[in-house]
Design a protein around this ligand. Structure first.
Ligand SMILES: [Zn+2]
Length: 87
């Protein structure tokens, strides 16, 4: 049962880490790319953008960034409900 205990323990540590995790993977990408790339990506992750989040994430993954469509959706909903806490 010690394996279950350590699995449960790691779940608990996720809960503790999350509130302090202010930056999502989208903001990490935005920090790493050029000004020109950033302008375009910011439009794509804006709350009113209609481009499918999966397509945005797929392009970023093609370029080596570890981004899921959930990250795009959360970033679009930042400061709203379950959205991310990016500035
Ligand atoms: Zn974000």
């Amino acid at each position: 049962m010690s394996d279950l205990a350590s699995d449960l323990e790691s779940l608990l540590s996720e809960v503790i880490v999350q509130p302090h995790q202010k930056r999502c993977s989208i903001s990490v990408v935005l920090e790493q790319i050029t000004e020109e790339q950033r302008e375009k990506l910011e439009v794509l992750v804006a709350p009113d953008c209609r481009v499918a989040s999966g397509k945005v994430a797929a392009v970023l993954r093609n370029w080596g960034f570890d981004v899921g469509y959930q990250s795009v959706q959360r970033h679009r909903r930042r400061h709203v409900g379950s959205g991310c806490l990016c500035p």
